[in-house]
Design a protein around this ligand. Structure first.
Ligand code: NAD
Ligand code: ZN
Length: 248
């Protein structure tokens, strides 16, 4: 592993147009559970019953009580961890350009990355189903379920449910920058949700080096990635930065 960290640090230091693709795993060390796998939200909920747009439209109160309310309580107080901060550092050192994230938690922006594509939208804002007004999630209270806009309309998060389309401008830009990057870091994503999981394939086909950071291997591991740095995102990022800028 120490050898692979050295190799990755060298590959990063030789790059100027790095793109990071991140998933729920990068926020696990901030106390936000992922969807799949051990401790994942889907151990408690059936996704189709709670996270599909049809389920929400059929019974918004049920979905707010079970899923959205709990997400709001978790995300309201979540802070960036060493992995988010490490990616921000790679930007300030001039290596990393853009973060494409499947997460809706806003932690990359909070850590200081300036160009973040929120592939699945953002949980930081709620939208009224009636008048389309946007309200900061931090200003929404859970006293009334489901929470409502001042016009009486029901609020929904500004991220996509299953059964909804990726905003086309996010998809087009993500594909374009994946094709232009010289290195892609794939951090904490199970790489099974499309079309996000296709971005590393585009990067690889365009000649970029693809490095995964994950405690588990994924469908990309022996097919698309050049190598896997096996471990928790925060620990691996700290080891990489130690190597890239050793303490004086
Ligand atoms: P996922 O839940 O499918 O998979 C999580 C991945 O993270 C797994 O591969 C797991 O091995 C890995 N992982 C677990 N702990 C880790 C750690 N400490 N460091 C690094 N990796 C770790 O995640 P996904 O592929 O991003 O799934 C997609 C959907 O889940 C996305 O659409 C996203 O919007 C949504 N989601 C977002 C959040 C969030 O905003 N934080 C949280 C849960 C789910
Ligand atoms: Zn309204």
């Amino acid at each position: 592993m120490a050898d692979l960290i050295k190799k990755a640090a060298g590959d990063i230091a030789a790059s100027r147009k790095i793109v990071a693709l991140t998933g729920a795993g990068i926020s696990v060390e901030s106390g936000i559970p992922p969807f799949r796998g051990k401790g994942g939200v889907w151990e408690k909920f059936d996704p189709m019953e709670y996270a599909h747009i049809d389920a929400f439209m059929r019974d918004p109160e049920k979905v707010w009580r079970a899923l959205i309310g709990e997400m709001k309580s978790t995300l309201d107080t979540a802070r960036p961890n060493d992995a988010h901060l490490g990616l921000a550092r790679l930007e300030s050192l001039g290596y990393l350009q853009t973060v494409i994230t499947q997460n809706v938690d806003g932690l990359h922006q909070m850590a200081g990355n300036s160009d973040v594509i929120e592939f699945h939208g953002s949980f930081a804002v709620m939208e009224c189903l009636e008048c389309r007004r946007e309200i900061d999630t931090a200003d929404v209270t859970l006293e009334e379920m489901p929470p409502k806009c001042m016009c009486g309309g029901i609020l929904r998060p500004a991220c996509i449910f299953f059964g909804e389309l990726i905003p086309p401008e996010h998809l087009t830009r993500s594909q374009a920058i994946s094709a232009r990057c010289d290195l892609m870091l794939v951090v904490g994503t199970s790489a099974v949700v499309q079309p996000a999981a296709f971005m590393p394939v585009i990067a690889k086909q365009s000649g970029a080096t693809v490095i995964e950071i994950n405690p588990e291997s994924t469908p990309l591991t022996h097919t698309t990635s050049d190598y896997l740095l096996k471990g928790r995102a925060g620990d691996v990022m700290n080891a990489l930065l130690q190597e890239i800028e050793p303490p004086a």
